[in-house]
Design a protein around this ligand. Structure first.
Ligand SMILES: C[S@@+](CC[C@H](N)C(=O)[O-])C[C@H]1O[C@@H](n2cnc3c(N)ncnc32)[C@H](O)[C@@H]1O
Length: 311
């Protein structure tokens, strides 16, 4: 019987094939979660290899410590922190460079399925949505402290939601009526002003927007990619699994730009930028899950894996 874990990892074979190219290397899984990818990476490493796992979620880390200990006692370390701080964390561990970095973005199935974490609009719970419940501002505090215009901007830019202004106004009315403390309150605030058969998509986009905002997700991703240039060894690999277009755009643009040998404006006849390319694309297009994987794990449906090699 295969073991059942709180989260099913996505595109595992592709991640393993393309990320782990040196069994004696040091690999960082910045979103180690329940150790789905990490357990496979660890199995591929020799006794000289090392896996570092980071996650904001301490529940996940307790589980993963036990899970990985069954594979190896000595060649993994787990750290409770935001992956955006990985250069500092590695420095403290006296590690200068790594051979691969994996980021499997967003939330785990456990986080989504635990009503108390406030990520899901399908179950009622407090409006929290923090990956790290030990710090930062919960969604409820953010929503209550933000202006209507500020809410509309966040819903528009991080949710790409066309009814952002209407929804922001509805949220503010609910706050005034004392009805904005649970996930169902937020869901209702959206459903009371958006009509049509796709209205749940609007709810989903609003939850995504607030989650991105309070966890500062896009900034963490951008900073981590920029730092990858200095932290990954030559021939080492970067692998990012994203779940929506805002994340994927950042990853795609980063890889595209860092593979260029000139970034001078087109009008300039000779190159003056002295740009040195730092990454090469491993695959021309993003890798997406097969229909078989999606039928076993519907949460894989929007995943995109992009890979690059440090040159
Ligand atoms: C999709 S899950 C990863 C699942 C993992 N790959 C596995 O196979 O079990 C994403 C994880 O990233 C964590 N996370 C999200 N943003 C983070 C950040 N900036 N720093 C650290 N962990 C983060 C979440 O808490 C969650 O556990």
């Amino acid at each position: 019987m295969p073991e059942i874990h709180p989260h099913v990892p996505i595109l595992v074979n592709d991640v393993l094939e393309h990320l782990v190219t040196n069994p004696n290397g040091i690999y960082l899984d910045g979103t180690v979660g329940f150790g789905g990818h990490a357990s496979h990476i660890l199995k591929k490493l020799s006794p000289d290899g090392l896996l570092i796992g980071m996650d904001c979620d301490s529940d996940a880390l307790s589980y993963t410590t036990e899970r990985l200990s069954k594979i190896s006692q000595n060649n993994f370390k787990l750290i409770h922190n935001n992956f955006r701080y990985y250069p500092e964390i590695l420095k403290k561990l006296k590690i200068n460079k790594i051979d691969g970095l994996l980021l499997d973005l967003g939330m785990s199935s456990y986080e989504l399925d635990t009503p108390d974490r406030g990520f899901s609009f399908n179950s009622n719970g407090p409006l929290d949505m923090r990956f790290d419940i030990s710090k930062g501002m919960a969604a409820m505090d953010y929503i209550h402290s933000e202006s209507e215009a500020g809410l509309a901007k966040v819903i528009k830019s991080y949710g790409e939601e066309r009814y952002a202004k209407k929804i922001a106004n509805s949220i503010v009315q609910c706050i005034k009526a004392g009805k904005m403390s649970t996930t169902y309150d937020l869901r209702e605030a959206v459903l009371s002003v958006v009509w049509g058969q796709h209205r749940l998509k609007s709810v989903s986009r609003v939850f995504q927007a607030i989650r991105i905002k309070i966890n500062d997700e896009l900034e963490s991703l951008s900073i981590s990619l920029i730092n990858a240039e200095g932290m990954i060894n030559i021939h080492g690999r970067l692998a990012v699994i994203s779940f929506h277009s805002l994340e994927d755009r950042i990853v795609k643009k980063f890889i595209q730009r860092s593979s260029l040998s000139c970034i001078c404006p087109k009008e300039i006849p000779i190159c003056v930028c002295n740009q040195i390319p730092t990454f090469n694309k491993v695959n021309r297009k993003a890798i997406i899950p097969s229909s078989g994987e999606i039928s076993h794990n519907p949460r894989a449906r929007s995943a995109k894996l992009r890979l690059a090699e440090r040159i």
